[in-house]
Design a protein around this ligand. Structure first.
Ligand code: HEC
Ligand code: HEC
Ligand code: HEC
Ligand code: HEC
Ligand code: HEC
Ligand code: HEC
Ligand code: HEC
Ligand code: HEC
Ligand code: HEC
Ligand code: HEC
Length: 292
């Protein structure tokens, strides 16, 4: 089915000025003669509106007709069905697996498909598909853009572990702190939301914590090399400052096993490393990180 759809589109691409629909297609108007309410609701809904307003001129090489092609992009060519309506000669998509039901999306959204494979390859490998996070546009979305659930719970059905970490004593939470997964993760590279395209964790952190970004004259290597997650748990932690270890001292000593001998670690004064080495995120003035 998918193959023949793609073949039809390839055929279209080769004939840019073609006014007719691909072979076996009848177009939205024809579907609407029998599915009037469904078609009307789709056109008036968020996906129909987005298509009407923002369809690129050369989409499918048929100017301005994303809407006309939309029904059959998702449901498959409908000529046979229109001539002899039944539920067996059209892709009903009801109860289909999300992957099957999402096959049509990529005809128009190749970039998102590519983005998904590039930015969260584990999603691609696990068969996570468009309709695991989005709705088709027949029903009202829970949130923009066409999201199946509100942002705060979009990912939790599958990522209970990460979601639960946000309940730990130290975490970004509701209020001033970002707690939605999409504050830091861009699953397939957003272009319309906040216009951010970078993905890696550290860059996400420093869009808000700009003062930690550097560049520092005297950087602290773990930050420069491994990013924030070298010392912080991004989703939450039982430890103050969302650190990976229960105490700062323990964290520092894990890497700095041989501090200069005058560091008498039996004395409390020396055990609080950051009371002297304040600039753990890097310093502009001081190679030993005494001040920022
Ligand atoms: C001549 C009238 C007619 C036309 C034209 C028509 N349909 Fe249908 N369609 C029907 C009827 C009647 C049914 C219900 C068949 C049944 O229940 O056995 C149906 C069923 C469907 C279903 C399954 C609905 C369900 O409840 O599972 C889908 C999806 C569908 N049509 C999509 C389309 C699309 C897309 C087009 C345009 C390409 C289209 N139809 C054109 C009459 C039509
Ligand atoms: C983005 C993909 C997509 C587009 C575009 C689309 N549909 Fe659907 N359609 C679905 C999916 C998925 C379902 C299964 C129910 C659901 O998830 O909403 C469905 C269900 C249906 C149904 C059965 C349920 C109902 O509401 O009656 C009909 C009929 C239907 N579509 C017709 C159409 C027609 C006509 C168009 C064009 C105006 C269209 N669809 C455009 C994906 C799409
Ligand atoms: C016939 C072409 C076509 C098909 C098929 C199609 N889309 Fe779209 N979709 C568009 C166009 C055009 C836009 C508006 C421009 C854009 O945002 O890329 C759009 C917009 C969107 C948006 C952004 C909506 C917003 O409010 O900003 C989402 C999300 C989306 N589509 C998801 C899907 C999913 C999921 C599927 C498959 C179930 C799908 N699309 C199938 C053409 C299509
Ligand atoms: C339908 C289930 C499902 C949904 C919804 C889902 N994920 Fe996933 N996600 C998975 C699976 C399965 C994996 C692979 C897990 C593994 O390999 O251990 C994964 C892996 C990931 C990874 C690791 C990526 C990589 O390539 O290593 C990240 C990051 C991620 N998901 C973030 C998110 C975010 C953010 C959301 C919400 C916007 C989300 N996921 C929604 C199922 C889902
Ligand atoms: C794991 C969840 C998830 C999956 C899977 C997913 N999306 Fe999205 N999508 C989102 C989120 C969240 C946004 C909003 C952008 C953001 O916040 O990063 C979005 C935004 C979009 C947009 C708006 C334009 C943009 O890029 O921001 C389109 C179009 C879109 N998705 C289409 C698709 C298509 C097509 C697929 C399947 C190939 C898909 N999405 C798979 C979560 C998902
Ligand atoms: C404050 C930013 C931030 C927020 C909010 C956030 N993450 Fe993450 N997430 C990260 C960073 C950074 C990493 C990489 C951690 C590392 O390299 O060890 C990551 C890694 C992941 C991974 C991969 C884990 C692994 O073991 O490979 C998954 C899955 C994930 N996040 C899901 C989620 C989900 C689901 C949510 C929402 C409940 C969420 N994240 C919210 C920053 C964030
Ligand atoms: C969208 C903005 C945003 C992003 C992205 C973000 N943060 Fe935050 N972060 C905040 C805000 C706001 C606070 C609260 C500041 C306050 O209370 O003064 C905060 C607080 C913190 C704290 C202090 C926690 C405490 O217990 O006092 C740490 C540590 C932290 N963030 C680390 C990170 C790391 C690591 C990342 C990336 C994985 C990150 N943040 C991403 C906005 C952000
Ligand atoms: C070498 C370990 C290390 C790395 C790497 C690191 N941090 Fe920290 N961070 C700490 C320690 C230790 C504290 C607690 C300082 C204290 O006790 O005063 C802290 C505190 C914080 C705080 C809260 C206090 C403050 O200074 O505002 C924020 C926010 C923060 N870190 C953000 C980040 C971000 C963003 C990154 C990545 C760009 C990062 N950290 C990388 C060790 C680290
Ligand atoms: C993940 C490993 C790691 C952690 C955790 C870490 N550091 Fe470092 N630190 C390094 C590395 C690597 C260097 C580069 C110099 C070296 O090899 O000793 C460095 C350099 C330094 C320097 C400058 C040393 C010099 O020779 O100029 C100081 C001071 C320092 N760290 C203090 C701390 C403190 C205080 C903490 C705890 C908040 C800490 N570090 C946590 C890896 C780490
Ligand atoms: C009372 C202040 C003080 C405290 C507390 C302290 N340091 Fe230092 N640290 C110093 C001084 C002074 C130097 C030497 C600076 C110089 O050589 O110019 C130094 C140097 C270092 C160096 C650089 C060694 C080198 O080869 O140059 C490291 C690494 C370091 N300290 C780690 C730590 C760690 C880890 C802790 C916590 C267990 C800690 N310090 C606690 C004052 C302190």
């Amino acid at each position: 089915m998918r193959k023949s759809l793609l073949a039809s589109i390839a055929f279209l691409a080769a004939t840019p000025l073609l006014a007719a629909l691909p072979k076996g297609w009848v177009g939205r108007e024809t579907c609407a003669t029998c599915h009037e309410d469904t078609a009307k609701a789709f056109v008036a809904g968020p996906h129909g509106r987005a298509m009407a307003e923002r369809a690129p001129k050369n989409l499918l090489k048929l100017e301005g007709s994303a809407l006309d092609l939309s029904c059959e992009s998702c449901h498959g060519p409908g000529e046979a069905h229109a001539n002899d309506p039944s539920t067996t000669n059209i892709r009903t998509l009801k109860g289909a697996s999300t992957r099957e039901a999402s096959a049509g999306c990529v005809l128009c959204h190749a970039a998102q498909k590519e983005g998904l494979a590039m930015r969260t390859p584990a999603h691609e490998r696990a068969g996570i598909a468009c309709l695991d996070c989005h709705v088709s546009g027949h029903a009202a979305p829970a949130a923009e853009p066409l999201l199946a659930r509100p942002r705060a719970t979009l990912c939790t059905p599958c990522h209970a572990t990460e979601a639960a970490q946000f309940a730990l004593p130290y975490a970004h939470r509701e209020g001033t702190r970002p707690f939605e997964c999409t504050s830091c993760h861009s699953v397939h590279g957003g272009t319309t939301v906040r216009g951010r395209i970078e993905e890696d964790g550290q860059q996400r952190c420093v869009t808000c914590h700009t003062e930690k970004a550097g560049p520092h004259v005297y950087p602290h290597p773990p930050l420069a090399v491994d990013g924030c997650a070298a010392c912080h748990r991004p989703h939450g932690s039982p430890n103050p400052f969302m650190l990976t270890r229960p105490s700062t001292t323990q964290l520092c000593l894990e890497c700095h096993t041989d501090t200069p001998s005058f560091h008498d670690l039996s004395q409390p004064a020396f055990r609080s490393c950051v009371s002297c080495h304040e600039a753990v995120h890097g310093s502009q003035r001081d190679p030993k990180l005494f001040q920022e």
